[in-house]
Design a protein around this ligand. Structure first.
Ligand code: GLA
Length: 686
């Protein structure tokens, strides 16, 4: 049975609304800083992230500190009833620091040391940078740790990137010695270095991957990525020493990211590892709404997927740390959110588990890189423009939604996402360069559930599988024996598992499994994939399943059947008539294998059957057409359900149970009409 508990991830019992506030850019304009306080009230904002890039304002010269301006901002915000998320400033450093200590400057993969400039460009191994960041963080914690406005720590900003300097090379070698128990033969074996005569005879010969050097050893590439994650976490852990020591009661987060075009998880770091070091997950969402390559609904579905992943990392609410109230300045085309979209997209974030709507940024910068990036307060400093008005509207709505704070979503379906698998698959010299698309494939499997309003968790391999009825693990190319054993056990004890083509091929060292498919997978699925056929992008095949023909592209697996039942067969090519979709009873559960990349309609029909069989239900039954999404947060006493129209047309929907509109108190049952981008938030009593 699902547990409807609340987890307050901050001490606040209201939804945080506000965002990055950079008064350090306006210290010569006290009039504007004063005006901000009034504007904050008018915009119904309550929380401000301060100091993200304020190091130069805090320490203009080495050892010379200026905190008075920050003292005033803290006090002013507190006076108007607001709260502060205080950032540590390591995301960008003062010029004096780079000049005096060049070792803090990053060296790129081509071994070129970078000049001072930009941001997010420190060496994460440098003891100087570690010392300097820890010191300024200590001063911040000492000074503001007891300030009543302090709500949370925002450590650094969007950690990412890698450094290849000599300090990092040494640290990497130490990391490897640790991983391989100081046994160089074990490393050579794990990396298969006998290939092309790449055997290492001394640890000192090992270098990080480089375009001008070694980049063909997959095991090296994979371990380097693991090291980069661990070293970034180690840098972060060093940053937070004084915060944990002086402010143990203040939660810590850092803001995660996503790739923009397809909104897939950021690939530079394994967030499943990083998540364990954070008290709260937060992330920066910048979907390209109203783009010209997909429908609003398709993009909304991707937003749903990534939110469900970041929420599931800790199985608790998360924070939307940054979004734009209007447009960004770094997409290829920076289109403004159309009227209504800001409200709808904000409600979607809350629906998927966010306890905040925070912006980048509060006041638009006057100069430099982000002067054209959307902000709550524009250069005109006015409150009667569309963006300010839409922000205020969101703020007023959030003030009525505090009952939602701390509530979670409960799902009986999980999709498995694995960073290491994506790294290895992308690195694999094989298949097709353009069509691997692992995260996008997961979204394909997410679609039928999103369309039918069935909640999904997107989990990582170390999480508990047993709480789900259905586990979907597409394209799990890299999988350890340990995970294989856990998948087998999940099915054996009654779970339903779905796997697809390109799964179970290599172990955690990126070494192929020998002697055919792993025996545990063979037993669980009652089959063995014999050959993977990679198709050209315009090639098509099809699969006959339940009396219908479904289009197949990109990949098809030739399957040998042992104990499984054949559910679908290929219709063309040299494997025409052979098994394409199979199911197998193993122990108390069932394991399905989908051999090819099939069209969306196949997934709809395939999962529809499983939804019925496993009695998977939406939280609220609403009949609706394409592009409407119904998502819920679940409190002990009621469900908060968001009925959202992600289309440009009016949509008639039928609410099949009695609910109450959260904003108007109106009782709803039966047909209602949602306007373009309209959302209704309703309460369903238990
Ligand atoms: C990121 C950064 C912010 C800002 C925004 C602009 O998310 O964290 O500092 O640059 O992008 O969209």
């Amino acid at each position: 049975m699902p547990k409807y508990e609340r987890t307050y991830i901050t001490q606040a019992n209201f939804i945080l609304h506000g965002g990055d506030y950079n008064p350090d850019q306006w210290l010569d304009r006290p009039d504007l800083l004063q005006a901000d306080l009034e504007l904050m009230k008018l915009s119904h904002t309550n929380t401000f992230t301060i100091g993200v890039f304020a190091w130069s304002a805090l320490e203009p010269e080495e050892g010379v500190y200026r905190f008075e301006w920050l003292d005033k901002v803290f006090d002013d915000i507190y006076r108007i009833g607001g709260r502060v998320i205080l950032a540590t400033p390591s995301g960008a450093r003062p010029a004096w620091l780079s000049q005096k200590y060049p070792e803090v400057l990053r060296v790129n993969a081509a071994r070129v040391r970078q000049l001072h400039g930009g941001r997010h460009n420190h060496c994460f191994t440098s003891s100087v940078y570690r010392e300097k960041t820890q010191h300024i963080n200590r001063l911040l914690a000492e000074r503001y740790g007891d300030h009543p406005a302090l709500l949370m720590w925002h450590v650094s900003n969007e950690y990412g990137g890698e450094c290849h300097c000599n300090l990092c090379q040494e640290a990497f070698r130490e990391w490897l010695k640790n991983r391989y128990n100081h046994d160089l033969d074990a490393l050579n074996a794990a990396w298969w270095t006998s290939f092309w005569s790449h055997t290492y005879t001394d640890w000192s010969q090992i270098e990080s991957p480089s375009p001008i050097g070694e980049h063909t050893i997959h095991g090296l590439n994979l371990d380097w990525k693991r090291f980069v994650t661990d070293q970034t976490i180690s840098f972060f852990e060093n940053e937070i020493v004084p915060l944990r020591e002086l402010t143990p009661h203040i939660p810590i987060t850092t803001n995660f990211m996503a790739d923009t075009h397809d909104l897939i998880p950021f690939q530079g770091l394994d967030y499943s590892k990083f998540a364990k070091h954070l008290d709260v997950i937060s992330w920066d969402a910048y979907p390209a709404w109203h783009n010209d390559w997909e429908s609003t609904a398709d993009l909304a579905m991707k937003v749903g997927f990534i939110n469900d992943l970041y929420r599931s990392l800790k199985q608790q609410p998360f924070l939307l740390m940054e979004c734009t109230p209007s447009l960004v300045n770094w997409h290829k085309v920076n289109k403004a959110k159309r009227p209504g979209m800001h409200f709808l997209s904000s409600m979607q974030m809350i629906a998927h588990g966010s306890d905040s709507i925070l912006y980048f940024q509060w006041r638009k910068s006057r100069g430099a890189f982000e002067k054209l990036h959307g902000a709550v307060v524009d250069h005109d400093n006015r409150t009667d423009n569309r963006v300010f008005q839409e922000v205020s509207k969101v703020g007023k709505a959030l003030e009525k939604m505090s009952g939602i704070v701390g509530t979670n979503r409960s799902a009986e379906v999980a999709i498995l996402y694995d960073w290491e698998n994506n790294w290895a698959l992308n690195d694999a010299q094989g298949f097709a360069t353009e069509t691997k698309r692992y995260p996008q494939t997961l979204v394909q499997h997410y679609r039928p559930f999103w369309e039918r309003d069935i909640p999904v968790d997107v989990i990582t391999k170390e999480q508990d599988f047993s709480r789900y009825k259905l586990l979907i693990a597409p394209m799990l190319y890299l999988v350890s024996e340990e995970t294989i054993a856990r998948l087998k056990q999940f099915v054996g004890s009654g779970g339903t598992l779905v796997m697809t083509y390109i799964s179970g091929m290599v172990n955690e060292c990126d070494l192929a499994y020998l002697g055919g498919w792993h025996p545990d997978l063979r037993k669980t699925f009652g089959i063995e994939p014999i050959e993977t056929d990679t198709l050209y992008p315009r090639d098509r095949n099809s699969v006959h399943y339940r009396g219908q023909s479904y289009e197949l592209k990109d990949y098809a697996t030739v399957i040998k059947v042992y104990t499984a039942t054949v559910e679908g067969v290929y219709e063309d090519d040299f494997y025409a008539g052979t098994p394409a979709v199979t199911s197998n009873q193993y122990g108390k559960g069932q394991a399905y294998y989908i051999g090819g990349r099939l069209e969306d309609q196949f997934h709809r029909d395939f999962y529809q059957e499983l939804m019925e069989k496993l009695d998977l239900r939406p939280v609220l039954f609403v009949k609706h057409g394409k592009g409407v999404s119904v998502q819920a947060r679940q409190a002990p006493e009621c469900d908060y359900v968001f009925i959202m129209n992600f289309t440009e047309e009016k949509q008639a929907v039928v609410v099949e149970e009695k609910v109450k509109d959260l904003f108007t108190g109106e009782e709803i049952e039966g047909e209602i009409t949602l306007g373009k981008y309209e959302v209704r938030v309703v309460e369903k009593r238990r």
